[in-house]
Design a protein around this ligand. Sequence first.
Ligand code: PMP
Length: 406
Amino acid sequence: MSPDSNPYRKDFPILARRVHDKPLVYFDNANTAQKPTAVIEAVDRFYRETNANVARAVHSLGEAATSAYEGARDKLARFINANTRDEVIFTGGTTQAINTVAYSYALPRLQPGDEILVTTMEHHANIVPWQLVAARAGAKVIPAPITPSGELIVEEFVARLNPRVKLAGVTHVSNVLGTINPVRELAKACRARGIPLLVDGSQAAPHLPVDVQALGCDFYALTGHKLFGPTGTGLLWARRELLAAMPPFFGGGEMIRTVSFDGTTFADPPHRFEAGTPNIAGFVGLGAAVDYVNRVGLDTIGAMERELGAYMTDALKSVPGLRLFGEAKEKAAVFSFLIDGVHAHDLATLLDHEGVAVRSGHHCAHPLMQFYGVPATARASLAFYNTREEIDFFVAAIARVRKLLG
Ligand code: PMP
């Protein structure tokens, strides 16, 4: 395997390590992405040179930490083309972002009989928070169906946008199937009916340009660790007028204007939604991740991943007895599959012995597994730092595993 075939591999130190004395083949990028040196060093430098709490101290370090943290917000706002930086709320990840919308936006508005529309291919993070608030309000969460090849049936989604629907949620890219959903079209249909649309961008932001204004959605959530940034970072973007009308979800320091026992008033967004000391170093690292992605360029990343994805599709189709889940026309380089007679966990365990990291399980998408009638799949998910040589090695490793299992 020639690591030199991809000029970006050297930016990711972990890719040089060995696992079970074999070169690491990291195909678990949809789970979490590896971190470039630029991110690792930004976090390290923050703790060595700048560490202090944000927005509390007037001393030099406090000011430097605040400007590094708020500087990361500017970078993220530009990255997703937010109208203003105040529309970007830092969260611990997508899960916290969606829960914030569920409790601050949806819950106060939901009435008995109301509905929240999602799709069959959602991650649990875009199902369970809605179920929790729906249960409190006597509302329901309704799925829009997909085709066997893993595409959302747009007309079925639109047909479910009735006046009882108070919010719709859709994943931009499926973490299991790789399907890229037609968010602009869905946003247009929602907008025409006055229904806000939340987009789960966890799997999109690392792979394709995100322009929240062009998409026409109302809320966009993403998680930093899949975007080559540190764990425990992410964001919620929402239109300014929606945020302005939302009460806070968490209370505490940093999110208030005045506090008294007669009543408390809250800071404006984004700080209204950022109670307590945030993951300052993490967001500095996420800012560095965005700088890195911009340097490589999402066009380059997209082109490399499309090329690898096409190569992977052909390679997997050549494996006898392999069932691929998700063959949407618009698709990211995420491949869920099963091999006749081999349990997904056994496959992943034996592939690990070959140095290959893939995920097996339900991928936090039980309803999707139920749709396909399987308890689990194996999933190989690529990033631009992967190579054709790794794909060849992976397919050869599958053949060896099969032989081993008889
Ligand atoms: N949505 C999708 C589509 C995901 O892939 C993930 C992560 N697997 C999440 C939401 C949740 O992200 P996090 O755990 O970082 O909050």
